[in-house]
Design a protein around this ligand. Structure first.
Ligand code: PLP
Length: 438
C-alpha cells in the first residue's frame, strides 16, 4: 500500500490531472464499496459521478469480483485473432439483446477511445466495401470522443486538441446545441434543434459523397451534460438517411441506462447505425469498450472480402479479454436481474428535483439534467476553470467526489443510490459552494 508520507508520487504521470498541484496535496482513494469510497486520510467520500460515469451498480460488486476471479482461473489470456473463447460470444449476444433490433454485431475494444477509432475505421471500411472512398467526418463543438488521434480529431474541446496539431484532416464540426435562451430547464430543451441544419450545410458545401459518418454524443457528457434539443437527433437522422451518411451515437456515457432506456436510441427514439460504448459495460471494473453495428454494415464489410480471408484488418491484442468479458457478463447480469435501468428511470425525477434546488445558489449559472446525469455549471471566476478546480477539491475534502470539466460539475449518481444518497450528494455540493471564495 502506498504511504503518501514515505512513497514518491513523482514517477506516475497522471492523466488529465494537475500533476504538480496533486503531488503537493494528493487525494488518493484507498478503498471503495457501493456508493462510498475511502480516502487516504480515512475520510468517507460519496461517489457523485459513479467514478467517471462507469459504475451504476456500485463499487466492488461481489458478483463481478467473483466472476472475474473464476474466469481467470480458467484462462488469463486467449488470442482474439483467429481463435476465441466462449465468453466473448456470450457477451456480444448479451450486448446485442440491449441494442436496437437492427444492431446485432459487436466489436470489442478496451476503452471508449478505442471504440471511437474502431467506429471511424468501420465507417470507412463500409463505404470502401460499397466501392466509395469517403474520408470526411462530421463532429460537433464541445464533443468529447476520447483521446486517441481519431477521437482528438473529432474533439470539440479545444484544450484537448491544442497541443496536438497532427490530427486527422477532413473533420468538420457542427455547432453545439447549448443556448442561453433556456436556463435551468430540465430534460430536452426547445431551442437549438435548428443547429442540425449545419449538417445539411456541410453536405451542400463538401458533397455527401465525401462524408463517411456523423459522430454525436446524444447527450454531450464530458462538456457538462447537454441533452439534445427536441427534434435535433431526429433531424440528424433524417439528413443522414437522405444523403447516405452513417450516424454514430457515442454512448460511452449515455449507454446502459444513464439517460433512459438501454441506450440513447431508446431514450430519444432515434436509431443510429453504430453505437460506441465502454465504461458501464463492465461497471467500470475492467477496461472494455465495444462498437455495435447495424447488421448490414457487418454484412457489407464481411461479404466484400474474399472467402477464407480476413474481412476487417483491425483488432486489439486485448479485444474481448477473458477478464473483461467475465466482468461484462456479470455486470449486464446485475443490471438485468436487479432491474437497475428501471430503477434509474424511477429515481431520475427525484434526482432532477434535488439537483435543481441548487439553482438558487448565486454561483450557479445553469443546470441541465437528463436521466441520472446533470451538469451544474458555475459562473467562471477570474479565469475559466479556476472555480471548477477549486470546487472539485473542496467537495472531495467535504466527502463528495464529482467530476468537473472546466466550471461544470457533472453529477451522475449510481443507480443503486437511495434518495438519502442523492440528498447527501446535493447537500455536500451546496456546502462546498458556500465555502468557496465568492
Ligand atoms: C462520449 C465519450 N466517448 C469516448 C470517451 C473515451 O473513453 P475512454 O476514456 O474509455 O477512452 C469518453 C470518456 O469519457 C466519452 O465520454
Amino acid at each position: 500500500m502506498l504511504d503518501v508520507k514515505t512513497n514518491s508520487l513523482e514517477e506516475f504521470w497522471m492523466p488529465f490531472t494537475d500533476n504538480r498541484g496533486f503531488k503537493q496535496a494528493p487525494r488518493l482513494i484507498t478503498g471503495a464499496a457501493g456508493v462510498y469510497m475511502t480516502d487516504h486520510k480515512g475520510g468517507t467520500v460519496i461517489d457523485g459521478s459513479s467514478g467517471l460515469f462507469c459504475s451504476p451498480a456500485g463499487h466492488c460488486h461481489p458478483r463481478i469480483i467473483e466472476a472475474v476471479h473464476a474466469a481467470m482461473q480458467e484462462m488469463t489470456y486467449v488470442s482474439p485473432f483467429g481463435t476465441g473463447h466462449p465468453m466473448s460470444f456470450a457477451l456480444a449476444q448479451e450486448v446485442a439483446r440491449l441494442t436496437p433490433e437492427t444492431i446485432n454485431h459487436v466489436f470489442f475494444v478496451n476503452s471508449g477511445s478505442e471504440a471511437i477509432d474502431t467506429a471511424l475505421k468501420i465507417a470507412m471500411a463500409y463505404h470502401y466495401a460499397r466501392g466509395e472512398r469517403r474520408t470526411r467526418f462530421v463532429s460537433r463543438e464541445r464533443a468529447y470522443h476520447g483521446v486517441n488521434i481519431g477521437g482528438v480529431s473529432l474533439s470539440g474541446l479545444v484544450n484537448n486538441r491544442r497541443a496536438f496539431p497532427g490530427t486527422m484532416p477532413d473533420v468538420v464540426h457542427m455547432r453545439h446545441t447549448w443556448t442561453e435562451e433556456e436556463l435551468f430547464v430540465p430534460g430536452q430543451r426547445a431551442t437549438g434543434a435548428d443547429r442540425a441544419e449545419d449538417l445539411k450545410r456541410f453536405i451542400d458545401n463538401y458533397g455527401a459523397e465525401t462524408i463517411a459518418a456523423v459522430f454525436v454524443e446524444p447527450v454531450a457528457g464530458s462538456t457538462g451534460t447537454l441533452p439534445p434539443p427536441k427534434g435535433y437527433l431526429e433531424r440528424l437522422r433524417q439528413i443522414c438517411d437522405e444523403y447516405g451518411l452513417l450516424l454514430v451515437f457515442d454512448d460511452v456515457i449515455c449507454g446502459f441506462g444513464r439517460v433512459g432506456g438501454n441506450f440513447s436510441a431508446d431514450a430519444f427514439g432515434v436509431v443510429p447505425d453504430m453505437i460506441t460504448m465502454a465504461k458501464a459495460l463492465t461497471n467500470g471494473s475492467i477496461p472494455m469498450g465495444a462498437v455495435a453495428v447495424r447488421d448490414d454494415i457487418y454484412e457489407t464489410v464481411t461479404d466484400s472480402a474474399a472467402m477464407g480471408g480476413i474481412e476487417l484488418f483491425h483488432g486489439y491484442t486485448y479485444s474481448g479479454h477473458p477478464a473483461a468479458c467475465a466482468a461484462g457478463l456479470a455486470s449486464l447480469g446485475i443490471y438485468r436481474e436487479e432491474g437497475l435501468f428501471a430503477r434509474a428511470a424511477e429515481m431520475s425525477p427525484y434526482f432532477e428535483e434535488a439537483i435543481l434546488t441548487l439553482a438558487d445558489h448565486p454561483m450557479v449559472k445553469d443546470i441541465r439534467t437528463i436521466g441520472m446525469m446533470a451538469g451544474v455549471e458555475l459562473h467562471a471566476h477570474e479565469k475559466p476553470g479556476k472555480r471548477g478546480t477549486l470546487a472539485q477539491i473542496e467537495m472531495f475534502w467535504g466527502g463528495l467526489h464529482v467530476k468537473f470539466t472546466g466550471d461544470t460539475g457533472i453529477v451522475a449518481p449510481m443507480f443503486v443510490a437511495e434518495r438519502a444518497h442523492i440528498d447527501e450528494i446535493v447537500g455536500k455540493f451546496r456546502k462546498a459552494l458556500d465555502t468557496l471564495p465568492q
